[in-house]
Design a protein around this ligand. Structure first.
Ligand code: RUB
Length: 459
C-alpha cells in the first residue's frame, strides 16, 4: 500500500466536512504516464503533511491534520480536498486569519509537483468560524453612495474613470483630465502604474487634484470622489503617500478613496491598507491573468482571486467585464460579481454563506464604453457597482465630460429599457458615443449610421 493512500476517502461528501474543514475544488490532470487516483493521493499528501514518504516522526496528533481528497473524477479532472482548520495560521497579535497562509496551503508547493500537468483552484468554501477570522470590508460602497447623496443600499452606478493615458500626463494635465471628467461623472481613479513618476510627482499632483475636485464640486453642486493609488513595496512608503493624500484632501476628506494594486503588491499591501485606513479601498488586479487566465491550467481562477479580496477587506474589487469589454472573460463570469456582493452566493462548486460579512462592490473596468455598457448591465442584471472606464471616458470624441455623460446616459437607457436609437435622439453625448467608438457601433448596432440623425453622427 502506498503511504499516501491514507489521504483519500471517496466516501465523504461536502456536507460531512463543510463545518470543520476548508473545502477546495481543483481541476487536475496528471503528467503523462501518471495514474489519476495515485496522483490525487500524492497531491493530498503534499497539501497536508508536505511530503510523499512515510515520516518517522509523525504522531497521532499530526495525523489528525491530514488533508483528505474526498472527490476525484478522472473523466473531468475534478478533485476536491478538505483542509482541517487547525492547519491554518492565525495572527499572534490579534488571532486574525491570514490569506498568505490560506494561499500557501491551497495553492502553494503543490503548484509545482512534477507528476501534475494541470492544477487549477476554481472554488473554495470556508466554514463560519474561519470566515469570521478574516477582516472583511470595513468600508463599503454605501460610503460613496451616501457621499453622492444616493440611496445607501442600492445607489446605482457610480460613473467612474481610470485616468488615461495611464502614464505621460504632467500634474496639471492629470488634474485637468480629472476635472473635465468630474464635470459629468462621479469618481476618478488612478490607473495602476500611476504613482510618483518623475514627470508627475505626487507632491505636485495631489494638491492640483484636490483643487480640481473642489472646483468640479463647486461648479456642479455634486459631490465627487478621487481614488489615489498608494501602492508601494513597503508600508512606510505607502504611509507617506497616504499622508500626502490626506493632507491634500483635508478640506474634502469624504471625497478621498485609496487604490491598491492588490495582485502585484500582494496580500500584505491590501490588508495593510484595509486595516489602517478607514476609507474605501479599491483592489486593482493588474497582472492577475498570469495566474488566473482562462487559458491557463495552473494557478487559481479570477473567481478565487476575487473571493479572497473580499476576505481581506477590499471595499471594491476589479471583477472584469464578463467579456463585454476588452479583457479576457465571458458572460459566465457573473458569479464573480455576485460572490462579493451577496450574503449567500453560489460559486462554481460551493455555496458560500458570508454570515453577515460586509460586501465588496464590483469595480467594472477594461474596455467598457457607452455602447458596450447596456449589454453588460443586461447580463449582470443591476447597476449597483463602480464603473471605471478609461478609453470609454477619455476616448469620447467630445472629451471626458461628454464621455462621463454618455456613460451615465447608457445606464439610464438600460434602466428605462429604451431603444438605443430612440434614446440617442435626445441624449447627444450617448449619440456621439456611436461616432467615438465606431467599430463597436458597427458590431453592436449595425445600421446606426442611418438610424441616428445625421447632424449628431457627423464629425
Ligand atoms: C481601464 C483599465 C483598467 C483595466 C482593468 O481602461 O486600464 O485598469 O483594464 O481591468 P479601459 P480589470 O476602460 O480603457 O480599458 O478590471 O479587468 O482587471
Amino acid at each position: 500500500m502506498d503511504h499516501a493512500d491514507r489521504f483519500i476517502d471517496l466516501s465523504l461528501a461536502d456536507a460531512d466536512l463543510a463545518a470543520s474543514h476548508v473545502l477546495a475544488a481543483y481541476i487536475l490532470k496528471p503528467a503523462d504516464g501518471y495514474d489519476f487516483l495515485k496522483t490525487v493521493t500524492h497531491f493530498a499528501a503534499e497539501s497536508g503533511c508536505g511530503t510523499q514518504v512515510p515520516l518517522a516522526n509523525e504522531d497521532a496528533f499530526s495525523r489528525t491534520l491530514d488533508v483528505i481528497a474526498y472527490q476525484a473524477e478522472a473523466s473531468n479532472g475534478l478533485v476536491k480536498l478538505a483542509f482541517p482548520l487547525a492547519l491554518f495560521d492565525f495572527n499572534m497579535s490579534d488571532g486574525k486569519a491570514s490569506i498568505t497562509s490560506f494561499l500557501n496551503l491551497l495553492a502553494g508547493n503543490t503548484q509545482g509537483m512534477a507528476e501534475i500537468a494541470d492544477l487549477k483552484l476554481h472554488d473554495f468554501h470556508l466554514p463560519e468560524s474561519y470566515l469570521k477570522a478574516f477582516d472583511g470590508p470595513q468600508i463599503t460602497i454605501a460610503k460613496h453612495w451616501t457621499h453622492l447623496g444616493r440611496d445607501e443600499a442600492a445607489g446605482g452606478m457610480i460613473v467612474g474613470a481610470i485616468l488615461k493615458p495611464k502614464l505621460g500626463l504632467r500634474p496639471k494635465a492629470l488634474a485637468d483630465a480629472a476635472y473635465k471628467f468630474w464635470l459629468g461623472g462621479d469618481l476618478v481613479e488612478n490607473d495602476q502604474p500611476q504613482g510618483n513618476q518623475s514627470f508627475a510627482p505626487l507632491a505636485d499632483t495631489l494638491p492640483l487634484m484636490a483643487d480640481a475636485l473642489k472646483r468640479a464640486q463647486d461648479e456642479t453642486g455634486a459631490a465627487k470622489i478621487f481614488s489615489v493609488n498608494i501602492t508601494a513595496d513597503d508600508p512606510t512608503e505607502m504611509d507617506m503617500r497616504t499622508e500626502a493624500a490626506l493632507e491634500a484632501f483635508k478640506a474634502t476628506p469624504n471625497s478621498l478613496a485609496f487604490h491598491i494594486d492588490a495582485y502585484i503588491a500582494g496580500p500584505m499591501a491590501l490588508t495593510y491598507a484595509c486595516r489602517t485606513l478607514p476609507y474605501f479601498i479599491s483592489a486593482h488586479r493588474a497582472g492577475h491573468a498570469a495566474v488566473t487566465s482562462q487559458r491557463s491550467n495552473r494557478g487559481y481562477s479570477a473567481f478565487v482571486l476575487t473571493k479572497i479580496n473580499r476576505l481581506m477587506g477590499a471595499s471594491g474589487i476589479h471583477t472584469g467585464t464578463m467579456g463585454f469589454g476588452r479583457m479576457e472573460g465571458n458572460e459566465a463570469d457573473r458569479p464573480i460579481a455576485c460572490m462579493i456582493a451577496q450574503n449567500v452566493a453560489q460559486g462554481p462548486y460551493f455555496e458560500q454563506n458570508w454570515h453577515g460579512m460586509k460586501r465588496s462592490a464590483a469595480i467594472v473596468s477594461g474596455g467598457i464604453n457607452a455602447l458596450r455598457l447596456p449589454s453588460f448591465l443586461q447580463n449582470l442584471g443591476h447597476s449597483n457597482f463602480i464603473l471605471a472606464a478609461g478609453g470609454g471616458a477619455f476616448g469620447h470624441i467630445d472629451g471626458p465630460t461628454a464621455g462621463a455623460l454618455s456613460l451615465r446616459q447608457a445606464e439610464a437607457c438600460w434602466l428605462a429599457r429604451a431603444d438605443p436609437f430612440d434614446f440617442a435622439a435626445d441624449h447627444p453625448e450617448f449619440a456621439r458615443a456611436f461616432l467615438s467608438f465606431e467599430q463597436d457601433a458597427d458590431i453592436i448596432h449595425p445600421g446606426w449610421r442611418t438610424a441616428l440623425p445625421h447632424d449628431i453622427t457627423n464629425q
